[in-house]
Design a protein around this ligand. Structure first.
Ligand code: CMX
Ligand code: CO
Length: 146
């Protein structure tokens, strides 16, 4: 069951400048940052609020590490802006299978590793009214490293 908005993914050309915009304009701080080579991103998670399911909602700022990555291609075509929305679930495997059964293309056969050791998969934007949609199960709290 999808229980929160886990994050909004925002594509940017310069991660450091974009972090500074969110800090100086809104006061949001970087909670976590990492490079995910498989996804081709350098990313920063800004925690906005905690949620009633024990998780949290973040902004995920994304700078591509290579032009042929999903974010690199998207930036070249669209410029900066909202790239995807991510829903949090305790069981990404079950939700992905249930949604696949409804005829929506799930991009990965098995969830992959996302931010902070989470497990993630994506739904094709063309099957979701133009919105690239991610499903996320957070890593257990004891294994989360910031
Ligand atoms: N939102 C909405 N539509 C999108 C989109 C997005 N983020 N990305 C691509 N599209 C649309 C394109 O506009 C295009 O539409 P048209 O045919 O009407 O022009 C169509 O989808 C195909 O796009 P494309 O540029 O040819 O790109 P690809 O098909 O090669 O890739 C996708 C699209 C969704 C399969 C790819 O972006 C993907 O695998 N995404 C999942 C992984 C990802 O986004 N990783 C980065 C984030 C990591 C994280 O969140 O941790
Ligand atoms: Co994301």
């Amino acid at each position: 069951m999808l229980t929160r908005i886990d994050h909004i993914g925002i594509a940017c050309f310069d991660l450091d400048k974009t972090i500074e915009f969110y800090r100086s304009t809104y006061g949001f701080q970087v909670y976590h940052s990492e490079v995910n080579e498989e996804q081709g991103v350098r990313e920063a998670m800004l925690k906005i609020n905690e949620t009633s399911d024990g998780g949290a909602t973040y902004l995920q700022l994304l700078e591509p590490t290579r032009e042929d990555s999903a974010v690199g291609k998207w930036l070249a075509k669209n410029g900066e802006g909202v790239h995807h929305i991510a829903f949090g679930t305790p069981d990404v495997d079950a939700d992905a299978e249930a949604i696949r059964g409804k005829g929506v293309r799930v991009l990965y056969d098995e969830p992959r590793i996302g931010s902070m050791g989470s497990r993630i998969t994506f739904l094709h934007p063309k099957d979701c009214h133009g919105v690239l949609t991610e499903l996320v199960t957070s890593a257990p709290a004891s294994t989360t490293e910031h």
